[in-house]
Structures are given as C-alpha cells and as structure tokens.
Design a protein around this ligand. Structure first.
Ligand SMILES: Cc1ncc(COP(=O)(O)OP(=O)(O)O)c(N)n1
Ligand SMILES: Cc1ncsc1CCOP(=O)(O)O
Ligand SMILES: [Mg+2]
Length: 208
C-alpha cells in the first residue's frame, strides 16, 4: 500500500455545509498529504453518495490525494476510490476486505486494544481510534478516550492509528506523542472561517 496521508478530512454534508468547497480548499494546501473520506448522512441515497464521491475523487486526482468512502463500499468500488472505512454498524472488517480486495485501503474503527487487534487480523490497513475528545459532529458516541486511550491502541497494533473526535491543531501534539500516525477531522476544517488556513495549521502540527 502506498504511504497513507496523515490528515484525513471527512466530508461534512450537514445542511448548510458545502463539502466540495471545503475539500477543494483543503487540497490546495495539503495536496497528496490529504486523505478525503466521503461520508454522507444515513438518509442520503446511494446516488447522492455516488455523485458526491465522483466529484471528490476528481478533485483528489488533481492533487494525487487519496479518496476513501465511509460505510458504502459499493460506492467506493463503483467510482474507483482507493478504499473505504467501516465501523461497528457496517460490514465486518473481514467482509469489507473481501469486497475491497487485497490492495484496497481499509480503515476500521476501534477504541480499545482487543478489538483493534481483531480488526487488523481481519484485514484493516489502518485504524480510526476515538472519540479522542468530545465532538459536536456525531451523537451517540461513548466517552472520549483521550491521548492515553490512543496510546493503548497504538501499542497493540502495527498499522497506522488515525485519531478522531474533537481533533484540533492544538490537540495534535498530544495525540502524536501518544503514537497516533495521523488525525481525522470534520469540524476543525469544515466549520473554520478559513478552511485552507485550518488545513495548513493541522498539517503543520502533524509534521512538527
Ligand atoms: C478515520 C475514521 N475513524 C473513525 C470513523 C468512524 O466510523 P464509524 O464508527 O463507522 O462511524 P460513521 O463515521 O460511519 O458514523 C471514521 N468514519 N473515520
Ligand atoms: C465520525 C466520527 N466518529 C467518531 S468522532 C466522529 C466525528 C468527528 O468529527 P469532529 O472532527 O468534528 O469531532
Ligand atoms: Mg460507519
């Protein structure tokens, strides 16, 4: 697998947001260091997910950035994205690996060492670990695990750990010190007054 980008931008498709404009702004700064994960709401149709993903993939291609698809692996395959991300309510990791094939990038959500090891054994190529901090963009999550929780997972696996949940540039140093390879964000970029600047601050924090 080519090396994974350290900054994962997850699309924000809540009403009033402009995910394509945010992705475009982030790409102008982060280029190939960016992984864009297309995540649509549960009520979105497959056609809507497909159309958005095709457009994101075209933007990513211009910058040699990686495009992944959250949950809907058939959309990832249909558009030719690099892979996808699954969690507890999605296909099991082993099934997702069969769908994507041996070379697809496959992320799996884990928040503790045991499930993290299982996900890697089942074929995950990276782990999304969190919520690390309180988030306002997803409800119904368990308590934040903090950098110490990230460290526990990092110590248990040999794949990149991507910290997620309430991540800001100011919080990146502690997450990196805990062994996180990178971070995934929604709000830190999508709700920023200047998404390009917010991206630059995250990239700088990740490369220090
Ligand atoms: C990088 C990354 N980590 C975790 C998640 C969360 O995935 P999941 O648990 O399946 O929840 P939804 O995003 O599907 O609501 C993620 N998407 N990306
Ligand atoms: C999808 C998801 N899974 C765990 S936290 C989260 C949302 C992260 O969004 P933000 O970066 O705005 O906290
Ligand atoms: Mg999911």
């Amino acid at each position: 697998m080519p090396s994974l980008g350290r900054l994962h931008l997850i699309t924000d498709t809540r009403p009033g947001r402009d995910p394509l404009a945010v992705v475009r702004a982030a790409l102008t700064v982060a280029h190939a260091d960016l992984v864009v994960q297309v995540r649509v709401g549960d009520s979105a149709t497959d056609r809507e997910a497909y159309d958005l993903t095709r457009r994101v993939l075209a933007l990513c291609a211009s910058y040699r950035a990686t495009c992944l698809v959250n949950d809907r692996l058939h959309v990832a395959l249909a558009v030719g994205a690099a892979g996808g991300h699954v969690g507890a309510d999605d296909l099991p990791v082993a099934a997702a690996r069969r769908v994507l094939g041996p070379t697809g990038v496959l992320g799996a959500t884990a928040r503790a060492p045991g499930p993290a090891r299982e996900a890697v054994a089942a074929g995950a190529s990276y782990l999304g670990v969190g919520p690390c901090h309180t988030t306002s963009t997803k409800t119904g999550l368990p308590d934040p695990i903090g950098p110490a929780g990230v460290r526990a997972v990092v110590d248990a696996v040999d794949v990149p750990v991507i910290a997620i949940g309430g991540v800001t540039a100011a919080r990146v140093p502690a997450l990196r010190a805990a062994g996180a390879y990178g971070v995934a964000v929604v709000g830190a970029v999508s709700t920023a007054a200047d998404p390009a600047r917010a991206t630059a601050e995250l990239i700088e924090a990740l490369t220090c």
